[in-house]
Design a protein around this ligand. Structure first.
Ligand code: DQA
Length: 146
């Protein structure tokens, strides 16, 4: 049997504190539960997911470089970096396997500053607004892509 395809599931700032954020917007899972949900969903579709979270732009850029060098597909919730980090966008543009952007909430139905994503333009597509299922749908889409 061949080894499961690796995917990186990267998460940006404040997602480690989901339990303290507005559950009407982000749902009731804490980050540990979300990670387990993502890993199980990936496993079902034959992926070995590595779920990572960082509050540091530098660390996320380093992970994107790692994914680019190893040609690993990436599912990415850039959190607030979505809306303004050109450095993360430039790193994401160098990926050599598909990138899918995800959000728990639907940023387009929220404050105006969330309506801009500087990441979308370098992603294959974006899935937003379905809570943890946004990640599950992204894994399904990734399966179709590769
Ligand atoms: C988010 C949406 C962003 O606007 C916000 O800054 C986040 C989480 C989401 O998953 O809905 O931290 O990316």
């Amino acid at each position: 049997m061949s080894a499961a395809q690796r995917i990186l599931v990267l998460n940006g700032p404040n997602l480690d504190r989901l339990d303290l954020r507005d559950s009407n917007i982000y749902g009731s899972m804490n980050f540990q539960e979300l990670s387990a949900f993502i890993t199980a969903a990936a496993d079902e579709l034959g992926f070995a997911a590595e779920v990572r979270q960082s509050n540091s732009e530098v660390e996320i850029i380093t992970w994107l470089h790692e994914a680019a060098d190893a040609q690993i597909p990436v599912i990415f919730n850039p959190a607030a970096f979505t809306h303004y980090s050109y450095a993360i966008r430039d790193a994401a543009a160098m990926l050599r396997a598909p990138l899918i952007e995800v959000h728990l909430s639907n940023p387009l139905s929220r404050e105006e500053f969330r309506h801009t994503s500087v990441i979308s333009g370098v992603a294959k597509g974006t899935i937003a607004g379905f809570g943890p299922n946004s990640y599950k749908l992204a894994i399904l889409a990734m399966k179709e892509l590769i």
